[in-house]
Design a protein around this ligand. Structure first.
Ligand code: SF4
Ligand code: SF4
Length: 240
């Protein structure tokens, strides 16, 4: 099976499991736990995202994220690519406000810290009662509406509260020159057809990056669409 088909299949499986896993990605559940002094599943998942992205960049976004899977489906409705611009900074504003709320909640907690990975779940399952569906469909709408109006991965571009963790981790990996997954472009093989630009769901001008010999971009989710779309095989993954 082709790489992009495998990637999309994994994303769709992750989307199907979203009713089970949603509380482990929840920006609200981490605050609720923090107020009670509980380090819960979402805290651990976000910490793992930060550490993992030092070595794997934003591979989680392109290969594992259930919300990525949902946006692959909305591509059937609106397939245009949002342009990179100042609106991409909205997610950082959301992230900073949220982080302040999480830190304050831990500071103001009334109980000593303890670990409960399955906090508020039923035997590890997030959506186990009728009220949880309100949260579930709320999050689905939060992803669905921007993607239908704004196009490919609009939620990742403008809203995602998880992306900044991975942008920070990716930058740490790059700054410390740690062995990590990244893209490499070969300027000599490139014929400037710009197929990679058309394929990129994150609106990155990939061909320009190939010419500049620097493939790094905070918005790159390492999906490999540019690699598989390049007729000259001028782009590849690297782990050095
Ligand atoms: S698709 Fe390949 S050959 Fe075409 S512009 Fe991009 S890197 Fe160059
Ligand atoms: S630059 Fe390539 S790997 Fe990165 S998001 Fe765009 S298409 Fe995917």
């Amino acid at each position: 099976m082709k790489r992009q088909n495998v990637r999309k299949l994994i994303l769709i499986i992750s989307l199907l499991l979203f009713p089970v896993t949603i509380y482990y990605f929840s920006p609200a559940i981490i605050i609720m736990g923090a107020l009670e002094g509980i380090i819960n599943g979402s805290f651990c998942v976000f910490a793992l995202m930060l550490i993992g992205s030092i070595f794997f960049g934003r591979l989680f976004c392109s290969y594992l994220c259930p919300m990525g899977g949902l946006q692959e489906c909305t591509g059937l409705i609106n397939n245009k690519t949002p342009k990179l611009g100042s609106r991409n900074r909205i997610k950082y504003v959301i992230w900073v406000i949220w982080m302040v709320a999480v830190i304050l909640s831990f500071i103001l907690r009334k109980s000593p810290l303890k670990l409960d990975f399955f906090y508020l779940t039923d035997h590890g399952i997030s959506i186990a009662n009728i009220y949880s569906y309100i949260i579930y469909y709320g999050i689905i709408c939060l992803v669905l509406v921007p993607a239908i109006i704004g196009g490919k991965r609009a939620f990742c571009h403008y809203i995602c509260w998880m992306a900044p963790f991975m942008v920070i981790g990716n930058r740490i990996g790059r700054k410390c020159r740690i062995k990590r997954v990244k893209l490499i472009g070969d300027k000599d093989l490139c014929v400037g057809c710009k197929q990679c630009d058309k394929k990129c769901p994150m609106g990155i001008e990939v061909s320009e990056k190939v010419q500049n010999h620097d493939m790094h971009d905070d918005e790159c989710i390492l999906c490999g669409e540019c690699i598989d779309g390049c007729p000259k095989k001028a782009i590849r993954y690297d782990f050095k």
